[in-house]
Design a protein. Structure first.
Lengths: 335, 343, 344
């Protein structure tokens, strides 16, 4: 059923004011998300990768309308999300849900698992009649691989992986169409990560979910995503399917990012051509002019500091995909 | 030692045949309200000059506790070293007086942590904090120590070190703070550096910088490096030898090439199978089922047996299987190590 | 080289992203910068569930800890006795505290009157028993009122924020600057002045209102900061994402998770209110005779300089007062130990 667009973001911006002094005067803005556009297809997984501070989590919250946008529109299945009010917005929340990163803070420690997974039905009472709720919660527990007998337990009695399953059960309780996964496995141990990734994939097939999968771990994103957006300082640097991004990246940032990731294989990883970027990510409160990556880019030319490159199709040697670079081209190691 | 040190004369540590550290049958337990958790059960390993040993494990495997026991910075209570030896240059550090241990800490064996921000004192300038190392251990005066601090900051490649020596920790980025931590750790030219998840909190591009820096420093000074991590990629990138820990025991040790090519403990095999890889698009991840056991209720026999697809009856009873040689230079704590090796 | 510092304000909304994965409070003594950082080993200690494990809430965990504390049993036994004394003083003495025989004035303890008689010739034991009512009533009512006001305003300030928060906080600061006793003396002698002969509950009510008006800022501040900590928690976000209405969100998720420190402080403060009430009565501006209260008894016994000749008149009411105050403080301490995750 992959095909039609279910979620379309256009020009999303989120600026947070920086207030200083006694009178809290606004002296500037943190440009957490600064003009992001993409579309999510029904049944697909769109991976969003980037380093800390690139705005990927803020983007996730904007897609949930947990943050109001400074600018931009979000269209879900024909509805303009940011103009919905009251009851209409509440109805829409059934269709877009979220799974959070930290399984230790995403569950209310004072509620039982039954209360936590059952809360969606308390808020939207018409989804499941009162009499059937307990049974539905138990079904959900089974669906995410937990025992239905755990319904009366409290979150602190579970391990991280189990808690994340509880969070996922809450996320899918209302049968959403889109699930935003905000770093769902990065707080988990290696051996447990795979279980949760497999669970997410299983649920996607069973429920025909569309995922926006936000993560900093490039390997995990490659594994689960159909398409990938690479973010840098509040903007999408490159957008394409997984082979385009991982095998034929054209944006120098993507190329550097990929080359920095060690592969769990000494033979391969020690022979890889590593591009070591200098310095740190600039502050989103004061992003560089022109292309935001030009301060760390080895391909930068004068134009890069003056003119901002648009996210447009570029030749990657095997076809074309979108990249926001004036000099987008496949990477060829110097030697 | 090359410096004008005023350290006690008997502290002349010299590695024999390049052998720096010998940990023998180390045991650590945590006495908690709910019972005794055996965090480490008989861990042994050696570290030589210039060697990078990676201790790989998940949370609760005991890898950080091992490091803390070696450093002698275990929180006591609740943690107690209940057996074993930590020999540095032939001397068992667990037997020497605390005063001697203090002179070893930092000057001979030093450590960097995951969270550089909380490891630095927020109210003092970083240069001052680095200089403090020289003032305490080398009894230098203030200006000499500060000059040394600048030199060190340059050595760990902090740009504009001279200007930034008086900056405070919060004025640095995560990567720069980790560099400062490294500067403090190598200030006194230690022979052993323990890095406990040094890059876990950092972004990948910064991680690459830091790992590169550590390698470079090691090559310059021939330090022994113990890298504690859960990241199989980082280990593959920089380690010479690996020790895989599970539930307080070493379950497999080998050279890095051998372990990735032919793992011979089911846990190592499971780990390698379960991680997604950047360089290939897999289909379904072969996840290890179940969860690591509760340290207060470790299953009898091999601690990994409830999650192991190779487990037979003998794995479920008695003591844990010992770490034995499965092939030359390779050790595994599995009864079926040789079979696994010839798979 | 770009400036790697982060000049954004402390509430930088990007910050959660910057420190992602490292924000979990270290819960366990075993927690030693392990693996992905956000997996405290505490979880591991509690990890796999044997299927017979009972469901334990954080409160029932706290109860388990309190149950094992002797201090808890001592304090709560004393409090139960004191509460019974307040409601059913008749259970403890058959005597009428207001039946006084001047002939017996200042007589020491005897088989007839185990605590002796006071200057009016009233039985000190009966007076002390009946005096508990005023003290406990003032203490408990003030605490309830202060907690109610403090929690409501604190939640409002912390959750809503903005100018409302600024306004409430500045008012709280101003009130906080007034010393409790001094403020109470001024209030009780001016606006809340009581005429002699005013009904008992009116006087008690006035004392309670004055104490509450002066004390709510401490609970307000505590609740506000606690709410500020809870508000960005992901479970609150999750509820918002589910479309939860604000009131439901606050009642279900914010208040239950923010209130623990308030309970502790309120319990400890209860003792302070009782002591203040006694002081006011001692100074003659709280409850006044013929009302009976420990404060009045202490005042009578000491102001006339009978400390040396009839020490029992001072001793017994003071002793009861101290024990009561101490009981509540002890209880507060035990509760704090049980629910404070940092001490676990």
């Amino acid at each position: 059923m992959t095909g039609d667009v279910i979620l379309r973001a256009e020009g999303l911006k989120k600026y947070y004011p920086i207030k200083t002094g006694v009178i809290r005067r606004t002296t500037g803005h943190v440009r957490a998300v600064d003009g992001v556009s993409f579309e999510l297809l029904r049944g697909e997984t769109l991976g969003v990768v980037g380093e800390s501070g690139c705005g990927k989590s803020t983007l996730g919250r904007m897609l949930m309308r947990l943050e109001e946008p400074t600018e931009g529109t979000l269209n879900f299945d024909g509805a303009d999300v940011y103009s919905l009010k009251g009851e209409d917005m509440r109805r829409l929340r059934r269709d877009i849900q979220i799974v959070f990163q930290d399984p230790y803070t995403s569950l209310n420690p004072r509620k039982t698992v039954g209360d936590i997974i059952g809360e969606p039905f308390e808020i939207h009472p018409d989804v499941v009649p009162k009499a059937g709720r307990r049974k539905r919660v138990q079904e959900l527990l089974e669906q995410v691989g937990l025992s239905p007998e755990h319904i009366n337990r409290y979150p602190h009695q579970f391990s991280g992986g189990q808690r994340q399953r509880i969070g996922i059960a809450r996320g899918i309780a209302l049968n959403p169409k889109v699930l935003i996964c905000d770093e769902p496995v990065s707080a988990l141990d290696v051996s447990v990560q795979a279980q949760v990734i497999n669970l997410l994939e299983k649920l996607q097939n069973e429920l025909n979910l569309s995922y926006v999968f936000i993560a900093h771990d490039l390997s995990v994103v490659r594994h689960i995503s159909d398409r990938v957006a690479v973010m840098y300082l509040g903007k999408i640097a490159e957008l394409g399917d997984d082979a385009q991004i991982y095998d034929h990246p054209t944006h120098p940032y993507t190329q550097a990012l990929l080359s920095a990731v060690p592969v769990p294989d000494p033979e391969t990883t020690r022979n890889r051509h590593q591009i070591v970027l200098q310095g740190d990510v600039p502050s989103p409160a004061n992003p560089p002019s022109g292309c935001r990556f030009h301060t760390r880019c080895w391909r930068a030319q004068p134009i890069c500091s003056t003119t901002e490159p648009q996210l447009v199709e570029h030749d990657d040697g095997h076809g074309t995909h979108r990249s926001a670079c004036h000099f987008a081209e496949p990477f060829v190691p110097a030697s | 030692m090359t410096t004008t040190t005023t350290a006690p004369a008997h502290l002349h540590w010299e590695a024999k045949d390049g052998l720096l550290l010998e940990v023998e049958d180390l045991h650590v337990e945590f006495r908690t309200r709910d019972g005794i958790a055996k965090a480490i059960n008989g861990v042994s390993f050696d570290l030589r000059q210039g060697e990078t040993l990676a201790i790989l494990g998940e949370s609760g495997s005991g890898k950080s506790v091992t490091a803390q026991a070696i450093m002698g910075i275990l929180d006591t209570p609740p943690g107690y070293v209940t057996g074993g030896k930590v020999k540095y240059c032939g001397t068992d550090l667990l037997q020497v007086p605390e005063k001697v241990r203090q002179t070893v800490r930092g000057a001979e064996i030093s450590m960097i942590f995951q969270d550089a921000l909380s490891s630095l004192n927020p109210v003092f300038p970083v240069g001052w904090q680095i200089a403090e190392m020289f003032r305490i251990h080398r009894k230098m005066n203030k200006s000499d120590a500060l000059a040394q601090a600048v030199r060190l900051m340059q050595r760990v490649k902090i740009p504009a070190a001279k200007e930034r020596v008086s900056a405070y920790p919060h004025q640095f980025s995560g990567g720069m703070r980790q560099r400062i931590m490294i500067a403090m750790a190598i200030a006194l030219d230690p022979a052993v550096l323990i890095a406990d998840e040094p890059t876990t909190a950092l972004d990948v591009t910064v991680q690459a910088q830091i790992m590169g820096l550590l390698k470079e420093l090691q090559e310059e000074s021939n330090m022994g490096l113990i890298l504690i991590t859960h990241d199989l990629g980082v280990v593959a990138d920089v380690a010479d030898n690996i020790a895989v820990m599970y539930c307080g025991r070493m379950v497999e040790t080998a050279n890095v090439h051998e372990i990735y090519g032919h793992p011979c403990h089911p846990y190592t095999i499971g780990l390698l199978d379960s991680i997604p890889r950047l360089d290939m698009k897999g289909t379904v991840l072969r996840a290890i089922g179940g969860l690591p056991p509760n340290l207060l209720a470790v299953p009898p026999g091999c601690a990994f047996n409830p999650r192991c697809k190779f487990a037979k009856d003998q794995c479920r009873v008695g003591d844990a299987p010992p770490l034995i040689e499965a092939a030359p230079g390779r050790h595994s704590a599995c009864y079926f190590a040789e079979e696994l090796l010839s798979r | 080289m770009s400036d790697p510092t982060n000049p954004t304000n402390p509430t930088d909304p990007v910050a959660p992203n910057l420190v992602a994965g490292r924000t979990t409070p270290s819960a366990s003594m075993l927690d030693v910068q392990e693996a992905s950082g956000a997996t405290p080993e505490a979880a591991l200690l509690a990890a796999p569930l044997d299927d017979g494990a009972p469901a334990r809430s954080l409160w029932s965990d706290a109860w388990e800890i309190m149950r094992r504390s002797p201090l808890f049993w001592i304090a709560s036994t004393l409090i139960v006795i004191l509460l019974t004394m307040t409601v059913f003083p008749g259970l403890f003495t058959g005597k009428d505290p207001s039946r006084c025989v001047l002939d017996l004035a200042r007589q020491g303890p005897s088989g007839d009157a185990i605590f002796g008689y006071d200057i009016q010739g009233c039985d000190v034991y009966a007076q002390t028993i009946y005096g508990a009512r005023a003290s406990i009533l003032v203490g408990v009512s003030t605490t309830l009122l202060v907690t109610l006001v403090g929690v409501a305003l604190g939640t409002l300030g912390g959750y809503v924020g903005g100018w409302l928060d600024a306004l409430l906080s500045r008012i709280a600061d101003m009130v906080f600057a007034i010393p409790l006793l001094l403020g109470a003396i001024v209030a009780m002698t001016t606006v809340f002045r009581t005429l002699p002969g005013a009904p008992y509950f009116v006087v008690v009510g006035k004392v309670v209102v004055v104490l509450a008006l002066l004390s709510w800022p401490s609970i307000y501040r505590l609740m506000r900061s606690s709410v500020l900590q809870v508000k960005p928690a992901e479970y609150v976000l999750a509820a918002r994402a589910l479309g939860s209405k604000t009131l439901r969100l606050v009642l279900n998720h914010v208040i239950p998770n923010a209130i623990a420190p308030v309970i502790v402080v309120a319990t400890i403060d209860l003792g302070a209110y009782i002591a203040t009430e006694a002081t006011l009565s001692f100074l003659g501006i709280g409850l006044q005779p013929p009302a009976i209260s420990w404060g009045i008894a202490i005042s009578d016994a000491s102001s006339l300089g009978y400390v040396r000749t009839a020490p029992h008149m001072l001793l017994f009411p003071s002793l009861f007062l101290s024990v009561t105050v101490l009981s509540f403080i002890m209880l507060g301490e035990v509760v704090r130990e049980a629910i404070d995750p940092k001490l676990r």
